[in-house]
Design a protein around this ligand. Structure first.
Ligand SMILES: [Zn+2]
Length: 67
């Protein structure tokens, strides 16, 4: 995946089954939906910014021999 140069050091996390909260301080984040199941989250407290991947479950289900 290619990102803009300003996002080159961005970290992409996988969406969990819990409501997304800041990975650093735990505050509920503000996010915008990007393309391809990607969300960009911003923490209103510590201003951390990161990406969350939301459509990984589909790819994961295609992995053979998972059980
Ligand atoms: Zn935070």
């Amino acid at each position: 995946m290619k990102l803009a140069s300003s996002d080159a050091d961005a970290v992409i996390y996988l969406m969990s089954d819990q409501p997304e909260a800041c990975r650093w301080c735990g505050v509920r984040t503000i996010f915008v939906e990007l393309k391809d199941g990607l969300q960009r989250h911003e923490c209103p407290r510590c201003k951390a910014e990161y990406f969350v991947e939301t459509d990984f479950a589909d790819a994961e289900s295609k992995v053979p021999g998972s059980n």
